[in-house]
Design a protein around this ligand. Structure first.
Ligand code: TRP
Length: 447
């Protein structure tokens, strides 16, 4: 009995961690930290994750576990009226995120291919940067790789092999973690300017914090934790009723932040040692990593392994995004699962190709001089997910009956509430929604 419980606790953790850990940690966190002052960003990120994102995660898990159904129906079950629209916003967000996510998935496939054929061997950091710039400018390569990346997740979702990919995940996530630890050691001990990178990421510098930093950190925290669009709500509906939700959520937030920080500890020492720009944006991971493998003993093998695992991390998250839209379309529009999935993937391949082409530098698919890729990336995280998260905590804190929230968070209804519950409820009802609302109002100039 006790052993069974232990097993399923690990299983719960691994499944949630599999969706949460992805390109958000490996690719997006380092590039945003690089653009937003390194340590200043990290500090804000950690505070926001605890005070704003953790309550949103608990709200999603509680709503999901109490209703045990998909996101839109869960809202409908608890309260009539327009609350189900939060589910729609989630589907739209999943659509927008997948469109640029598949492009980055495509980049990791390209770097995997290049690693296998030894494309980077003997190249200087400038030559590696040129290689990537030329690849992006070509347009066809990035588009094709993005489509392959989408195609692979399409096959997985159509086959519905969730058990297969989950089991896969349980092996691949620890493998990725061990590989990152090896790379951290290499970056810290074998690179000449590693201390500069560590200082950049860890030495607090409060002057660099701006309102924009806070918004970006919040968006990144939501993105990285898969919050604000009902994905965690859906997972919550699969968690058994004797699991402790606050402990699970805190464990996930800690693990997710740890992977992001480790990724930064791999990349920034290399950025400073090879004279790269920490502020270069979305291309940071891809321009930096090949340099590390050049200098490392066994770099050829590590390079292949690394980009393979980056792609696995990407595909597991991409599957959860595609699945969100597929489930919605097949249930609400009463389509067959494979038909719904194919139709969605076809439309996504159009928007995804537009995102890939928008980075070619030819001025295609740019709005106001900004590539569609960048617009999708920032609008989804900085607007759609926080907005969705705002309504979700509001719903859990004020609309859902409080005895339901209490029973989900404490696994009991009758006892006088524990201090932990009182604190969590306060975060859900007041801190998290007020913080998001104030930030939005300040940014649009109302306050
Ligand atoms: N969290 C994943 C990452 O860090 C991305 C992701 C998967 C996601 N599912 C999501 C983001 C749902 C927002 C919502 O890469």
């Amino acid at each position: 009995m006790a052993r069974g419980e232990f097993n399923s606790r690990i299983g719960t953790f691994a499944t949630v961690a599999g969706s949460v850990v992805g390109l958000g940690n490996l690719w997006r966190f380092p590039y945003l930290a690089g653009e937003n002052g390194g340590s200043a960003f990290l500090l804000v990120y950690l505070c926001v994750s605890l005070l704003v994102s953790l309550p949103v995660m608990l709200s999603e898990l509680s709503i999901g576990r109490s209703q045990r159904c998909n996101a839109m129906r869960a809202f409908k079950n608890i309260a009539p009226g327009p609350w189900f629209l939060v589910g729609f916003l989630g589907v739209a967000a999943a659509y927008v995120i997948t469109s640029f996510y598949m492009v980055v998935g495509g980049w990791s496939l390209e770097f995997l291919r290049a690693s296998v054929v030894g494309e980077f061997s003997g190249k200087s950091s400038d030559e590696i940067k040129n290689y990537f710039d030329l690849f992006l400018a070509g347009g066809t390569g990035p588009t094709l790789q993005a489509l392959v990346s989408l195609g692979i997740s399409l096959v997985v979702v159509v086959l519905g092999v969730s058990k297969g990919i989950e089991r896969f995940n349980k092996i691949l996530m620890p493998a990725l973690f061990v590989l990152i630890l090896i790379l951290v050691c290499n970056s810290l001990f074998c690179l000449p300017e590693s201390w500069k990178g560590v200082t950049f990421l860890l030495k607090p510098d409060f002057e660099k914090i701006s309102l924009q930093t806070v918004l970006t950190a919040m968006g990144q925290s939501f993105f990285s934790l898969s919050l604000g669009m009902g994905a965690m709500l859906t997972y919550g509906s699969y968690i058994s009723s004797d699991r402790n939700l606050p402990k699970t959520a805190l464990g996930i937030v800690t693990f997710d932040s740890l992977v992001a920080i480790l990724s930064g500890m791999v990349i920034f020492p290399a950025v400073f040692s090879f004279g790269l720009e920490p502020t270069q944006g979305p291309t940071l991971l891809f321009n930096t990593m090949p340099n590390i493998f050049q200098q490392m003993p066994g770099g050829y093998g590590f390079s292949i392994l690394f980009f393979l695992l980056v792609y696995f991390a990407a595909v597991t998250s991409q599957v959860s995004l595609l699945e969100t839209v597929t489930a919605f379309a097949s249930e609400e529009l009463r389509m067959k699962r494979w038909k719904a999935c194919l139709a969605i993937a076809l439309t996504m391949s159009v928007t995804g190709s537009m995102c890939a082409l928008s980075l070619s530098g030819h001025g295609w698919f740019e709005i106001g001089g900004k590539p569609l890729f960048d617009i999708f990336d920032s609008v989804s995280s900085n607007v759609m997910l926080p907005l969705g998260g705002f309504f979700i905590v509001l719903f859990a804190g004020w609309i859902m009956p409080s005895r339901v929230l209490q029973s989900q968070l404490t696994n009991s209804e009758n006892e006088s509430p524990s201090i932990n519950y009182v604190v969590l409820r306060f975060l859900i009802r007041f801190v998290s929604p007020i913080f998001v609302a104030l930030l939005f109002l300040t940014l649009i100039g109302v306050i």
